[in-house]
Design a protein around this ligand. Structure first.
Ligand code: ADP
Ligand code: ADP
Length: 224
């Protein structure tokens, strides 16, 4: 898999130029998008997740035209938003099962198996009958990972995942992410240098909607 982002720009109606000719080529593995608040990370992530339209540019995931073949992208997309909004009264297992239906896993037995495997992988098996409203921030994030992993996505969009986690939760969460796909493109947006340093093999720095540099993490960080 390879993700090719070419000349993506986005001007909001309030006059904010959130993205300016963003061009990136992203191979399989963990890719870090590092930038301060307001840099345009979430805007780019939402565009990649087919939730928002850019003004110009093109995006290809292998041969899939991301901006024009949304259904095809969504089938192979995992999206972990900055804040994973959950239904507080839903139980973890039930909600994950529901998302699995939405993802097209219609066979009941297959779904049961997938849901159990993901709850175990994200260390939430013991909590499966608990309401999501009782989950800590870290548990909610891990639940978000379980949802994002449904259907073995080839493109995984992870937006500011460690914001609001305490240090222990953060380490556990980063370890979970580091197990993700050798065979998929994983993009991690963050304003925390350490997240990128610990997880990513490649990275880009974004500021004021523009890509400043693309490099290997340690070199780029040393140059900051
Ligand atoms: P678009 O140009 O894509 O139509 P809008 O400017 O109409 O976007 O805003 C879309 C939504 O985002 C609105 O609900 C708006 O209130 C909200 N919004 C506006 N400014 C901001 C901002 N700075 N950060 C986050 N959300 C915003
Ligand atoms: P980041 O994720 O790096 O913090 P964002 O993509 O959220 O950056 O925001 C980039 C810029 O666009 C900021 O100036 C933000 O206020 C503005 N912005 C974000 N969403 C909207 C929106 N819906 N409408 C108008 N402006 C927005």
């Amino acid at each position: 898999m390879i993700l090719k982002i070419t000349n993506i720009s986005k001007l909001y109606s309030n006059g904010v130029q959130a993205l300016r000719n963003v061009t990136l080529t992203i191979p399989n593995g963990m890719y870090g998008l590092l930038g301060p608040n307001g840099a345009g990370k979430s805007t780019l992530m939402r565009i990649l997740a087919t939730l928002q339209e850019p003004d110009t540019g093109s995006i290809y995931l292998d041969e899939i035209d991301v901006l024009n073949q949304k259904a095809a992208v969504r089938q192979t997309l995992g999206y972990l938003p900055q804040e994973f909004g959950v239904y507080p009264k839903a139980k973890a297992e039930d909600l994950l099962d529901y998302f699995a239906v939405l993802k097209g896993i219609t066979n009941r037995a297959a779904r049961k198996e997938v849901v159990a495997a993901l709850l175990k992988q994200t260390n939430l098996w013991d909590k499966r009958r608990q309401q999501l409203g009782s989950f800590s921030g870290g548990m909610k994030q891990r639940f978000g990972v379980a949802v994002a992993l449904l259907g073995n996505p080839k493109l995984m969009i992870v937006d500011e995942p460690t914001a609001g986690l305490d240090p222990a939760e953060r380490v556990r969460f980063l370890n979970l992410l580091s197990e993700l796909g050798e065979n998929s493109v994983v993009i991690l947006s963050t304003h925390i240098v350490e997240d990128v340093r610990e997880l990513c093999t490649r990275m880009a720095i974004i500021n004021k909607g523009q890509i400043l540099q693309e490099a290997e993490p340690l070199k780029a960080v040393a140059g900051l």
